[in-house]
Design a binder for this molecule. Structure first.
Ligand SMILES: NC(=O)c1ccc[n+]([C@@H]2O[C@H](COP(=O)([O-])OP(=O)(O)OC[C@H]3O[C@@H](n4cnc5c(N)ncnc54)[C@H](OP(=O)(O)O)[C@@H]3O)[C@@H](O)[C@H]2O)c1
Length: 176
């Protein structure tokens, strides 16, 4: 029998734990000198499914990219409002525990939880995250959109590996 696929958070953060500036800007992140694509394509090849919160999806759309970046993956966007699916994404408001476990029970590659912090909080509270790959930028923002929101949870992690990509440090954890 094949091993159940994992739900993995892969995200970049400031040293003080923010995933975006207060105005949603990621300029501070793009300014950092990394190395190659900082492990992105290697990670991207391990997933076939992508989940994100509606605010992250809207941020992506606002970038007016030539092409939707996750075109060849099944992409789900969590929202409590009703929005029409399109060729790139399916909007969901299903119970997170049931939805994630349904996906995990299907055959396939790993599932990427893109973020942001608000959606992540629900996944963490339901203990649905199997691994976290967190890339730390050498930036202290002071305020912004938090990676980890306050909540009713404690996760004990086991460190699998660390890597550096020039100025970035990647921490790879497994949830115990
Ligand atoms: N640094 C990085 O690598 C990185 C990665 C991802 C995102 N970001 C940044 O993070 C920011 C967005 O993060 P965020 O924490 O503010 O928002 P978010 O988690 O992306 O989205 C929040 C929205 O998701 C929906 N949602 C959240 N929890 C839900 C639940 N339990 N059930 C149903 N829907 C739920 C709601 O949508 P509705 O309001 O539509 O109901 C909520 O307003 C953006 O600036 C983005 O660029 C950075």
């Amino acid at each position: 029998m094949s091993k159940q696929r994992k739900l993995v958070l892969f995200i970049a953060t400031s040293l003080d734990g923010y995933i975006a500036a207060i105005d949603d800007s990621l300029e501070w992140l793009f300014q950092v000198e990394g190395e190659g694509d900082n492990g992105y394509s290697e990670f991207y090849g391990t997933v076939d499914t992508v989940i994100m919160g509606r605010r992250t999806y809207d941020w992506l759309l606002a970038q007016e990219l030539e092409e939707f970046p996750y075109k060849n993956k099944a992409c789900y966007v969590y929202t409590r409002s009703s929005r029409e699916d399109n060729e790139n994404v399916t909007f969901v408001n299903e119970n997170i525990f049931q939805f994630a476990n349904k996906l995990k029970a299907q055959e396939g590659k790993n599932i990427w939880l893109v973020g942001g912090g608000e959606l992540l909080q629900s996944f963490i509270e339901e203990k649905l995250v199997d691994e976290l790959i967190i890339t730390i930028a050498p930036t202290i923002l002071g305020e912004g959109i938090p990676l980890f929101k306050k909540g009713d949870y404690q996760l004990n992690l086991s460190l699998k590996s660390t890597r550096t990509f020039n100025q970035f440090v990647e921490l790879h954890y497994e949830v115990k």
